[in-house]
Design a protein around this ligand. Sequence first.
Ligand SMILES: Cc1cc2nc3c(=O)[nH]c(=O)nc-3n(C[C@H](O)[C@H](O)[C@H](O)COP(=O)(O)OP(=O)(O)OC[C@H]3O[C@@H](n4cnc5c(N)ncnc54)[C@H](O)[C@@H]3O)c2cc1C
Ligand code: FES
Length: 257
Amino acid sequence: MNKTVQRLVVEKKEIVNKDNFILSLKSPVPLVEVQAGQFLSINVEKSKDVFLRRPFSIHDVNYGNNTLDVLIKSVGPGSAALKEVEVGDLVDTIFPLGNSFTMPNKGEKVLLVGGGVGIAPMLYLAKVLQPITSDINILLGSRKGEDQILLDRYAEVGNVLTTTEDGMVGEKGYVTDHSFMKERLQDVGRIYCCGPEPMMKSIAKLAEEKQVYCEVSLENMMGCGFGVCLCCVTDTHEGHKCVCSDGPIFNIADLKW
Ligand SMILES: Cc1cc2nc3c(=O)[nH]c(=O)nc-3n(C[C@H](O)[C@H](O)[C@H](O)COP(=O)(O)OP(=O)(O)OC[C@H]3O[C@@H](n4cnc5c(N)ncnc54)[C@H](O)[C@@H]3O)c2cc1C
Ligand code: FES
């Protein structure tokens, strides 16, 4: 589906915790089909000094209601200004952008790994996977227990596993330390991963060792978001690729990590 510029209406703003919030954005026309792993870029009109659009993964989609959800962590001026939008405001977006996660074979065991706000694309991905496989395992990692968010929603779409560095929720340590990784990774057909780059590299290393197919969603800093400015490139075995238009989803075997 070709990308379009659309002004979407903020239908709901949900404050999840002190850092994270969800915007439900409603299209005035029937929503175009979006694939799991794609993203949208938002013009931050509430700020006078954020000039570039900011990219956010599609967290959830409701075609019946023509809404797209984005889960945003407030980390700087753009995301902080987006937290100030109110229900009824119009938000200028471009979507759907980027490629998408590939689908597993029927019934294949899959592992979705999200670190920090990298959990965002995993909810819609799990929903898209549900008709294909019932063996959906979702491993969510965070630094602190209080950063483990939306667990009930993920539990509706898969078997949720958690790790925290402070040990307050789930198993203590990094996602790579979870017992699933030692005991059950060899049974997994596909891993899908999004989060901080060091985390994704550790998951990629484990996947390579166990010879499990693995896709990661890269979050390089972006300018245009659709392949023009070349500021988001990553090095692959086929040369430099734009994360925004060739990605954000890459097979780890293609990356020069
Ligand atoms: C394809 C894609 C999907 C994304 N999906 C989500 C999402 O679903 N939810 C979400 O909250 N964020 C997501 N991000 C990251 C989000 O775009 C940035 O956090 C946001 O642009 C920061 O803008 P800002 O003005 O608030 O902060 P800035 O001032 O731009 O940055 C604040 C701090 O965050 C760092 N930073 C900014 N962007 C990134 C990044 N991409 N990776 C690592 N560090 C960064 C900066 O170096 C700086 O230290 C995604 C990024 C990409 C490329
Ligand atoms: S952000 Fe401009 S080319 Fe990718």
